[in-house]
Structures are given as C-alpha cells and as structure tokens.
Design a protein around this ligand. Structure first.
Ligand SMILES: Nc1ncnc2c1ncn2[C@@H]1O[C@H](COP(=O)(O)OP(=O)(O)O)[C@@H](O)[C@H]1O
Ligand SMILES: C=C(OP(=O)(O)O)C(=O)O
Length: 577
C-alpha cells in the first residue's frame, strides 16, 4: 500500500545526514503543503472551543480552506494510525496562538465551575492555588473542576500548587476581611492565641519565636510595605508597634523586619524553606496530580534538589515540575544554581519587594528572566500586574506599561494574584493581560525584533547538544524563511522547550503523546500543545497533525512549516532523498 504523503522535491528538503549525528536521535526538515498526497475525507467535525486570541494572531494563521479532518490511505498493517479520532479532536479543542502564557490565582471570586470555564475561555493556561489560603478540600474541588473542564472542553489548563513557605505572617482577623491601621495608633502583634474574638488593635503572628527575635527599633513591614510600624516595646509575648504608614491589614499578610533601610534577614533565618505543613500540602498535590509545585522562599538549590528527589520517589511525583519562587535576597544571591536545579522560576515581586528596595525590583526581574531563558527554564512574572483591577474595571496606564514590559522581556508567563482570586473583575483583568500580550507580541513581530545573536549553549551531553543545535537552527531558519509554523514532535517536552527558548516568530505546534506533558508545555512561551497517539512512522504522524491543525483552522494548504522531532524513528522519514 502506498504511503499517503510523498515528500516534496529534494531541493526543498533539508537533512541532517545520519553520518553527522552520533546517533539517529533527531532530525529536522521543511516542507510545503500540499504534498503529493491521496487524502480521503471523513465525516469528522471540529469541535470548537473558543480561542479569543487566535484571530488577532500573526497573519499567517488565517482560516482553513475547509475544516474536515482528513485520513490517509489505510496502511497494510490495517492500523489506521494517521486518522484523528473524534476523541482526539475533542481532547485538543484548545487553539490559542498567543505566545505569552497566562496564570490565574484561583480564590473565592473564581472557584466555581462556570467561573473557571470563563477563565479558561478567556485564555488561562495555568490555574494557581495558593496554599496559604483555603482548606485542602477547597483546593481539591478546584483541581477536580479544572480537570473536568479539560476533559469536557478540550483545554489543557495546568495546575500549579504554591506552597505557603516559612514566612512570618499575620493570622486570620477573626473573620473580618480587613482591619484599618491609622497613623500614630499603637497596635499589639502577639504570639498569643485568642480564645474568642480578636481584641481591638491586636494581631496574631504565625511564628512562635517572633517576640524573642524582634528588636525594639525594628521597622515592621506588612505585605511588603503596604502598612508600616515601628517596634516600640516588648512585653512578654506581646510586641507594641506604632503605625507610621497607615493602611489596610489583610488576613495572613506577610511580615518583614527592616532596620536602617534594609531587611534584617536573621529574624526568620531559623525557619525551614519547606515547613511541615508544606510537606503535607505537597503529599496532597502528588495525590491530586498537580502539574507544578511552586516553592516559596527558596534560599538555595539544595531544597529544590531535595524536593525533586522526594517527588521522584513517589508514584506520579516525577511528572510534577518544581518552580522556584525568587523572592528573597538569598535566592538572588544563588540565582543560577537555583534555576538550574528547578523546572522553572517565578519572579515573586510581592515578597521580593519586601526584601530588597523597590527600585531594585525591575532590574532583578530583568536578570531573572534572562537567566531563565539562557538556562532554558520557563519564567513567570508575578504580583501586582493589574492590582488596581481588584477594585476597578480598567487598569492604570502604569499597569499596562508594566505588563507590556514583562511581555517585551519575553517572559514565558504572567500571573494574576488578588485580581483573579478575590477581585471584582477577574475576567476583565484576564482580558487586559491577553490583549496587551497580543499587541506587544504583534509589535515585536512587525518590527522584526527577533534576536540575531545565538543563545548560549546549555547542554553538555552530546545527544542534548544535537537537539539544541537542531532547535536553534530550526528557529533561525523559521525566521529567515518566514515560515508559517514550527512543528515539534516531543515525548517528554524537552525538544519543544528548546524551540520555545529561541522565541521564533511563527507559532510552535507541539505534539506529545501524554496528557501531563501537554499540560506542562502550556506554561511555556509560544508552545501550542496537543496530545495525540503517535505511531512509529513519522510520515503518518505528520499526516495526523496536518489533519488536526487543518480541522482547527491553524494551518492551510500552501503553508510552509518546519518539523523537528525527538522521536527516534522520525529520522528515517525525514531523511528521504
Ligand atoms: N484559596 C483562597 N481562598 C481565599 N482567599 C484567597 C485564596 N487565594 C487567594 N486569596 C486571596 O487573594 C489574595 C491575593 O492572593 P495571593 O497574592 O496569592 O496571596 P497573598 O496575598 O497571601 O500572597 C490573598 O491575600 C487572599 O485574600
Ligand atoms: C507570588 C508571590 O507570592 P505569594 O503570593 O505567595 O506571597 C509574591 O510574593 O509575589
């Protein structure tokens, strides 16, 4: 039985000959549609999940010339491997081509199924659960709703669980949503527990050693400086503080100690990075199959390595990506080793801004984004991106400029915190992130601002080096030729991340055969991840992916694409004379 697709003329096909590879691990080729092919139309229909941003994407991704899925001639084996099934179409409903990924913290404003669905339709790629708040039952319900949404609507929303970490923070406010501290008032911060209601102007503190460690003359910053106090007196477990900068005290807000304009680090130096409560949360995350665990207040690579070994030793734990939150002076000092050990990083500007002077935060952000990119780790820019939208339906100009800058730096993902967790306009905030991202990305492409300089080599193993070179070359070629898409066939996602790292101009369609890899890829810049069952035959895989993308309106006949693959067998397909 003849193959359904013939490759284009040799002059249009590039090869990495086997002889030049140490082992036939990877390949790349480029080809033009339509290929000489025999297609048989089937009755498959495209299920259409909304993709609010695909229409405003790059001009090469316009409507298909018809949307039927196609099926090649059946193979002699009798296995119809290159047909996209109804189930696969349903599973891969999601089809946004926005390059910058969006994360929403889920809270009381967004935890219902319909609210989560609205966020997914609005472009949420990752749902974040902050374990500082809510019960495990509450978080379990959210995780299950997101999974249901993925199954029923074809999204690939990943779940990121964010550990509480060992920061010193205020307790709950006895049921009150907030408490107002006025200039000149004296408040008591105490390690005493309250029997009944909270005494007036009294706040409980989470850390038992608080009253011993704090010194008269320290400055106490609530929530990174939103409210400030001077420590004026210590009486047993009580610490009297004079309010110098008034503001709202929110439940469980974090506390830091400053003296002479800089952070006093030894005040909480004895706290472990991962507390006993965090370990229980991590076990909960493994049991619920979360995709990422974000670790708060990382000080060194050691804790990341420890967590990764812990995860690897547990069923399903090895599939979880570990994200280091960069939010302390120590994490900045040990930045490279922490990022190298992790699967990604978060610029946690909220707490970072409470640890270093605020004017140093933008430079720290730029550096973290750059190091992550060099080391091929996804990076998230978080906190206060659209803070005013917690209360107002439109952002400030300054907030739009901040979001634009994070997109311009080409960070992988932007994160909403209070805006989506407890704000009044979660959907509007997401719309602003989405439209600003799309606009800046388009501007970048129109200006042809892709980097000419090659990225630093990251791998030392020869097989990895080959993959890296292939992805660098494929991305460069994609820009030079102005192709319509890069296709990546990847088992564990590594090859897709190497293409994403190059930030090519065109969309990157990433195909993998596992659902968990697909969800994890959804955090990375530019990757449009799909899950499909593949055969050993690369030609058949190509057919299948063309069918899927045509039916989704993401490619059309005549488009030029580059395909890279980490599947061993694909070498033979790509090396056709
Ligand atoms: N699961 C939750 N349950 C209740 N409130 C939440 C939850 N997650 C977040 N919030 C609210 O949203 C605010 C912003 O979220 P986030 O920035 O993640 O937390 P934090 O302010 O503690 O660092 C929190 O202060 C809290 O008021
Ligand atoms: C994202 C952050 O962490 P958290 O919300 O846990 O304080 C931050 O500090 O910016």
């Amino acid at each position: 039985m003849s193959h359904s697709i013939q490759f284009s003329t040799p002059s249009r096909t590039l090869h990495l000959p086997h002889s030049r590879l140490h082992r036939p691990l990877s390949s790349f080729s480029f080809r033009q549609f339509p290929l000489t092919s025999t297609f048989k139309h089937t009755s498959l229909r495209a299920s259409s999940s909304p993709s609010p941003d695909s229409s405003s994407s790059s001009s090469v991704l316009h409507s298909p010339n018809g949307t039927p899925a196609v099926k090649s001639e059946e193979r002699s084996s009798g296995i119809d491997v290159d047909t996209v099934t109804e189930a696969e179409l349903k599973e891969n409903g999601f089809r946004s081509t926005r390059r910058t990924k969006l994360i929403c913290t889920i809270g009381p404003a967004t935890c219902g199924f319909e609210q989560l669905e609205a966020l997914a339709e609005g472009g949420m790629n990752v749902a974040r659960l902050n374990m500082c708040h809510g019960t495990r039952d509450w978080h379990r319900n959210v995780i299950r709703s997101v999974r249901r949404l993925n199954e029923e609507k074809g999204f690939a929303v990943a779940i990121m669980m964010d550990t509480e970490g060992s920061e010193i923070h205020m307790g709950d406010l006895g049921g009150e949503a907030s408490a107002k501290a006025e200039d000149g008032e004296v408040w008591t911060f105490t390690v005493r527990a309250f029997d009944a209601s909270r005494p007036q102007r009294t706040i409980s503190v989470s850390y038992d050693g608080f009253a011993e460690d704090v010194r008269v003359g320290d400055e106490l910053l609530v929530d990174g400086g939103m409210v400030r106090f001077d420590v004026i007196e210590k009486i047993g477990p009580d610490v009297k503080c004079l309010c110098t900068d008034p503001g709202l005290l929110l439940p469980r807000a974090n506390l830091t100690f400053w003296r002479d304009g800089s952070l006093v680090r030894e005040r909480n130096a004895m706290l472990p990075t991962i507390s006993s409560k965090d370990w229980l949360d991590i076990d909960f995350g493994i049991a619920e199959g979360v995709d990422f665990i974000a670790v708060s207040f990382v000080k060194s690579a050691e804790v990341i390595n420890h967590l990764k070994s812990y995860l690897a030793a547990r069923p399903g734990g090895g599939d979880i990506g570990v994200i280091a939150k960069i939010e302390s002076i120590d994490s900045l000092t040990n930045l490279e080793e922490i990022i190298l050990a992790s699967d990604g990083a978060m610029v946690a500007r909220g707490d970072l801004g409470a640890q270093i002077p605020l004017e140093q935060v933008p430079a720290a952000q730029q550096k973290i984004v750059k190091v992550c990119r060099e080391l091929n780790k996804p990076v998230i820019v978080a906190s206060q991106l659209l803070e005013s939208m917690i209360e107002y339906p439109t952002p400030t100009r300054a907030e739009v400029a901040d979001v634009s800058e994070a997109v311009r730096q080409r960070s992988d993902a932007l994160m909403l915190s209070g805006e989506s967790a407890m704000g009044q306009f979660p959907d509007k905030a997401l719309t602003v992130l989405r439209s600003v991202s799309l606009r800046i990305e388009r501007w970048w492409r129109e200006e042809k601002r892709y980097e000419a300089t090659p990225l630093q080599a990251i791998s030392s193993a020869s097989s990895d080096k080959i993959s890296e070179e292939i992805c660098n070359s494929a991305s460069k070629m994609a820009n030079n030729l102005g192709v319509d898409a890069v296709f990546v066939y990847t088992k564990n996602g590594h090859m897709a991340s190497l293409v994403s790292r190059c930030r090519p101009d065109c969309p990157i369609f990433a195909f993998t055969n596992t659902t968990s890899v697909r969800r994890r890829l959804n955090l990375q810049w530019g990757l449009i991840p799909f899950r499909l069952s593949f055969s050993e035959d690369m030609e058949s895989n190509l057919n299948k992916t063309f069918s899927l993308l045509k039916s989704r309106g993401m490619i059309k006949s005549g488009d030029l694409v580059i395909a890279v693959s980490d599947m061993l067998q694909s070498i033979q397909v790509m090396n056709v004379p």
